[in-house]
Design a protein. Structure first.
Length: 103
């Protein structure tokens, strides 16, 4: 039976999302019989919350969460892809590039 894309509604953010034929095939291959209840974004968020840090590279191409920190070098706000913990300095992209170039 060929799969076709279908539109589902996320129970978390109430957005419509596409459950693609490819994903349906993947789900069926895993033995899942239920449709996903959350959109990919909410699924990622849940996984990030549950799995914590260091879960490796899953290879999912989605928007990643950026955190705002203060650059230890110039004091400008810096966007970093990890949660700043305060135990190591955070640099903005230009200072980071500079420190990389000098070492
Ligand atoms: Zn959602
Ligand atoms: Zn800086």
């Amino acid at each position: 039976m060929p799969y076709t894309d279908k539109t589902l509604q996320c129970m978390e953010c109430a957005q419509d999302f596409t459950f693609t034929a490819l994903e349906q095939e993947f789900f069926a291959g895993k033995g899942y019989t239920n449709d996903p209840k959350r959109c990919p974004a909410c699924r990622d968020q849940r996984r990030a919350r549950n799995g914590g840090i260091g879960s490796g590279n899953g290879g999912s191409a989605g928007g990643r969460t950026m955190y705002t920190a203060v650059c230890a070098q110039c004091g400008q706000p810096a966007q970093v892809p990890f949660q700043p913990r305060g135990d190591r300095p955070v640099y903005c992209s230009s200072c980071f590039a500079k420190s990389r170039a000098s070492t």
